[in-house]
Every structure is written in C-alpha cells, then in structure tokens.
Write a protein that binds this ligand. Structure first.
Ligand code: ADP
Ligand code: MG
Length: 337
C-alpha cells in the first residue's frame, strides 16, 4: 500500500516539475524585411495563437514603416530625402537604433558604417545593378564624399546630416532590432520560452518544451552546399552571423565581397569567412557581427577581448576551416557539436 502511494506521489512530482503533460511548442512564420521570420514558443496556456501572430505581424509592419529603405515614406526614407544641416526629429525607436549603429560604428573605428550606401551601390550590391567593371579610384573618392559616420550627428531624437545625398541604411542592424522587439512582445505576453528569428538573426529564451536548451546551428561558410559548422546553445542570448560566402561576385578570379571597408572604399579582402556574435541584444549582435567581418582578424580578436564580446571567427585554411573563439564565447556558449 505504502509503496504504491509513493510511486504515484513521485510521478505527480515529476509531472509537476516539468509540466511535460501540458507544455507544448507552437510555431508560426511569415515574411518581413525582404526575408522570412520564424517564431517558436512554449506554453501550456489557453493562449490565442492567431491573435499572437497578428500582434507580431503588426509590430513588424510598424518597424518597417520606421526603418525600411524599401518603403518610400518610411521615417528613414523621409530622413534620407530631407535637407542637410537641419535637425530631423526621429521617433524614439528609430533614434534608439541609430544610436546603437553609431555606437558600434565608433567601437569598431568605422568598420560598421550605416552611411556606406553610396559605396555599396557603386560596387553593385545595392538596389541598383551590379557594375560591368570594377569602379575606378576616382569614382570611389567621389562616393566617399557622401558617406562616413562623421557626416551624421545624433542629439537625443534629432538627427542631422552634414552633406546632401547622405544615405542612411539600417539594414545591417534592423533585423536584429526586429528580433528584440518581437522577443519583448512575447515576454509581455508572459512567455518565457521562445525562439525568434528574422533572416538568420536569432534570439532564444528559456528552453524547448521538453526542457532542453534551444539548439542553434551555425552554417559552414561554404557556397556549394548548406552544411553546419557548429551546433551551439546559448542560454538567454541572441546569435548573429555575418558571412562572406553567399553574397559576392567574382571578376578575373578575384572575389569581391558585399561588405565594404568604409575606410578604403573597397570590398573587404581578408581570410575571415564568417563572424558570429552571441549577445543579450539581437540588434547589437547583428551590428557587431558585420563589424567583426569588416575588421581584420587581428582587429576583430583585439576588439572582442577588450570589450569581452562573445565572438566566433571562421577562417578558410587550405581545404578546411579553422576557428577563433573569444574567451567570452567560450564562457557563454555550450558547443553541442
Ligand atoms: P551579413 O549577413 O553579411 O551581415 P547584412 O545583410 O547584415 O549581411 O549586411 C550586409 C549589407 O550591409 C551589405 O549588403 C551592404 O548593403 C551593407 N554594408 C556593406 N558594408 C557595410 C559596412 N561596412 N557597414 C555597414 N553596412 C555595410
Ligand atoms: Mg549583419
């Protein structure tokens, strides 16, 4: 009698702890920012799942209306066509994202430059077409007159450009911001366990329904196939990877990256093939990953160690790849595979 009682009791305790009988993983996805988004979350509540998806989509539409360069009357587009040398009043949200872009720009000594648009276009990675030939030195000098973080000043909510034709593009950081915003929305809906992803920018909280850590795959930086470099878990953090392996063009055997070194005006030319950042903020991870890709390997390592940033760099060596993991990366990240 006593034995049966104990068994039933311990079974109840087990279920009570993990909620395994009721916790379920839910999932939805859609399109935003020229890419896809995915949301997974765990709940045992009678949540209105359709309503949650609608709130997420609504929030993404709001963010696009502020920060997309593909929407002619977005706040960012209106700033871009506004007159120079007069303060332009931004929304709190856009000012917050611009401030972070400028902070990471300064931290990386200009490697992340949200005004690099004219150079990106010149090299054929912008909305305008790919160039027939490599730009000339004088074309590059000309384009550089319209870009540079020194030509942008943020004072509270007031943003001023000091040259006409400056083009502010937040796309290196806006997807990450979107992930943070959706994560906040889920947290406000009392969800603790979720994964949010927009176009490869990802943030996780808590665990999967079975209590295991969310597993995140970092792609192998190869163009020929989609293979996995690492499978990691990161606790409550965001993960962003910037890579040079999918967007590039080749001419006369030389590979031209879609990432431009703002200091030279030329596409980056070094042996880093991907940079991954793990950070509490997806926006910061997004911007820093791109900055780390633009910096030389030595500069990227030095910055990660100085600022205690969790950084994984992958380099091509011979037929294979070698890695650098910063001390903070080794602390925060659990490598599953
Ligand atoms: P990745 O996944 O490689 O980081 P993103 O889409 O986040 O790619 O950002 C790459 C885009 O950012 C490029 O296509 C280009 O438009 C722009 N870009 C290129 N060089 C820089 C730079 N130094 N700073 C900021 N943005 C850049
Ligand atoms: Mg990026």
């Amino acid at each position: 009698m006593l034995r049966i009682g104990l068994v039933i009791f311990s079974v109840l305790v087990l279920f009570g702890c993990s909620n395994a009988a009721t916790d379920q993983e839910h999932y939805f996805s859609g399109q935003t920012m020229g890419t896809t988004y995915n949301v997974k979350y765990v709940t045992n509540d009678q949540l209105d799942h359709e309503q949650l998806k609608q709130s997420v989509e609504q929030r993404l539409i709001e963010i696009n209306q502020l920060m997309s360069t593909y929407i002619d009357d977005s706040e960012l587009s209106l700033f871009n066509i506004s007159a120079p040398n007069s303060p332009y009043l931004l929304s709190q949200e856009t000012a917050f994202v611009v401030a972070e872009a400028l902070r990471i720009g300064a931290l990386s000594e200009g490697a992340l430059d949200v005004t690099v648009g004219p150079l990106v276009n010149l090299w054929g990675f912008g909305p305008t077409k790919r160039p027939e030939t490599i730009p000339t030195a004088s074309q590059i000098t000309q384009a550089k007159r319209f870009s540079g973080l020194d030509k942008l000043q943020l004072n509270g909510l007031e943003l001023t450009k000091t040259v006409d034709g400056l083009y502010l593009d937040l796309s290196t950081i806006a997807k990450g911001y979107g992930v943070d915003a959706i994560s906040q929305l889920l947290a406000d809906a009392k969800l603790d366990n979720f994964l949010v992803e927009i176009g490869g920018e990802m943030r996780v909280s808590g665990t999967k329904a079975n209590g295991e850590a969310w597993r995140i795959a970092i792609e192998k930086p190869v163009t020929t196939e989609r293979a996995v470099q690492r499978i990691i878990s990161v606790g409550n953090h965001a993960v962003a990877t910037s890579g040079d392996y999918r967007n590039y063009f080749e001419e006369a055997g030389v590979r031209y990256s879609h990432l431009i070194d703002p200091n030279t005006g030329y596409p980056i030319q070094h042996k880093t093939v991907s940079a991954t950042i793990v950070h509490p903020s997806s926006m910061t991870a997004d911007g820093l990953a791109t900055a780390m890709m633009v910096l030389s390997p030595e500069q990227a390592k030095a910055l990660a160690e100085k600022e205690n940033l969790a950084l994984l760099l992958v380099f091509k060596e011979g037929d294979g790849f070698i890695e650098y993991q910063s001390p903070a990366f080794q602390q925060i990240v659990t490598i599953i595979n």
